[in-house]
Every structure is written in C-alpha cells, then in structure tokens.
Design a binder for this molecule. Structure first.
Ligand code: GUN
Length: 295
C-alpha cells in the first residue's frame, strides 16, 4: 500500500482523494520494485482495433505510464476493417507468447465485431483488466486472480488515505459487471469487511439509503445524481461516473456541493480514472510474478 503523506483538502474541508498523486506514487513504487529485482522484462500487450479517438488516447496513456513504471509495452493495432478471425488470431498470438504477461483488449470493439469470444480467449493469468467471466468468477469465489482495475483503484484510494472499511456501511450505486458488482465484492470481502449495499436504478428512496452510508461509491453513469442531500456529514464519497455533457466530462457526484459535507471526496477528473491505470500496471506486475518472474 502506498500511503499518501501530506494530504490536501477541499475548500469545504474534505480530504481530497487525489488519484493523480496516488497513481504517480504507485508508478514510482512499481519502478523501484522492478529495478530492485534487476529489471526483469515484464510485458503488457494492448490490442486496439479501429480508429476510435478516445480509445487511442486511453491506450496511449496506458503505454506511457507502463514505460514510466519500467514495464515493456507492446501495441497491436488492427484497422477498422479487421475481421473477427483476424482479431482472434492477433489475441491468440499474445496468449501463447510467454514473453507477454498481461493482455488488454481495448473496448469497445467496432460494431461488426463480437467482443465476447475475444475476451473468452484470455486466460485469467493474463487478463490484467479482470473483465472476463473466469476472472470475475475467481473474484466471487475468492481465488487468486486479477480484479477489475477501476474498482481495485477505488480500494487503493480508500486504503492509501487511511480510510477504514472494516465494519463500515458502504453503498455502491450502479450494478455494472465492470464496476458496481466487483466493487461490492471488493468492499465486502474478508480483509475489507464493509457491510455493502448495492443500489441501482430501481432502488427506492436512494437518498435515504445513501445517507446511512459511511462510504458512497457512485458508479451509475448519471451526471450529478449524488447531491449534498445524499451524503451523511463526514462520509467518504467516490465518483466513478463518467458522462459527456455540454460542460465536458462530468461525474455522478456534484463535487461543488458535496465537498462541504463529505469527510473525503475524489475530484473529477483526477480521482478514480488515474487509479484505473495504476491498477492495470499493478496487475501486470502480479501477472508476471504468477508466470514465474522474480519481482
Ligand atoms: N475501454 C474503456 N475503459 C476500458 C478499460 O478499462 N479496459 C478496456 N479493456 N477497455 C476499456
């Protein structure tokens, strides 16, 4: 765990859960660890299909941070016209390549392609995104494997800022398989030990349920849905939502009003997004260790 020293606070006095800072600490920590082990070759491979501009930005960022951490990154790019068979062949090559420790297939794939059979090819050891059926099954069953990076990043933020989850009441708003469901499992599992409620679009009186929580993770993708009235004074509020609006990218939490009620809060941007990348790199190093690399 990287402990963030000299924390900063919002104008309203909430502890700022600074994802950029914790990502940089994590990258520095991984780099030091890899160098101390004699700089073994640890390799992350990404697969990018088509010309979706945001996907390219995400993938480039992942490569840049991998390089900073001392992780080798390999980029496989296929054109928008790639067939299902071509994508599957590219992934098959990475699955059998023992020099590649982690594989990330950037989603979404172009509309004419089916992501499911592509993801199903990833063995749990190399699924550093933690998003395949087998990885999620391992998480449910408490077996070793990679947890999805966004909810894992939320746990790192909570831990590194010294916020206790044990015996606390947590609520996760949103039940997606990539964030909400695994977030509930990570908060509730042994060691984290929160008592976790999973709320969703059919939850009645969401405001009252949220007000009972010590920790709120907003992951519904509904811009500004969490207001100051949803938050018990002193609670921790984590924003995982991303929506595009006229004002640009906005989260699920109304930061300006919530920061004067919450005890701790993530900024948006600069909260959970950077931690997703930090955890991707953490999972890649863990994948290399699972494959026998000493690090
Ligand atoms: N597309 C947007 N975010 C992600 C992510 O974290 N992983 C993958 N594979 N695709 C994404």
């Amino acid at each position: 765990m990287n402990v963030v020293a000299e924390p900063s606070y919002t104008e309203g006095g909430a502890l700022l859960l600074d994802g950029n800072r914790l990502r940089d600490l994590t990258v520095g920590h991984l780099r030091a660890r890899i160098e101390a082990a004699g700089s073994p070759a640890i390799c992350l491979a990404t697969v990018l299909v088509g010309d979706d501009a945001p996907s390219r930005v995400y993938v480039n960022m992942k490569h840049r941070k991998a390089t900073e951490a001392g992780i080798i990154s390999r980029s496989v790019e296929l054109p928008n016209s790639a067939t299902q068979q071509e994508v599957e062949q590219a992934v098959a090559g990475l699955v059998t390549d023992s020099n590649v420790h982690g594989i990330l297939v950037q989603l979404p794939l172009p509309d004419h392609l089916d992501a499911e059979p592509v993801l199903a090819m990833l063995p749990p050891e190399k699924d550093i995104d933690g998003l395949t059926d087998r990885s999620l099954g391992r998480l449910v069953r408490g077996l070793p494997g990679h947890a999805p990076c966004t909810p894992l990043g939320v746990m790192r933020l909570i831990d590194s800022y010294g916020i206790s989850t044990s015996g606390q009441r947590a609520i996760v708003v949103g039940r997606s398989t990539l964030v909400g469901l695994p977030q509930m499992l990570l908060l509730s599992r042994r060691g984290a030990d929160a008592t976790t409620t999973l709320a969703h679009s059919r939850t009645s009186d969401l405001m009252s349920v949220c007000r009972e929580a010590d920790i709120i993770v907003a992951a519904a993708g509904q811009a500004g849905m969490i207001t100051a009235d949803h938050v018990r004074p002193g609670a921790t509020v984590i924003d995982v939502g991303i929506s595009r609006s006229e004002d640009g990218i906005v989260g699920d939490v109304r930061f300006d009003e919530v920061q004067s009620v919450a005890g701790a809060i993530t900024p948006m941007p600069g909260g959970t997004g950077p931690m997703t990348i930090a955890c991707l790199l953490e999972n890649t190093v863990a994948a290399a260790v699972m494959a026998g690399v000493s690090c």
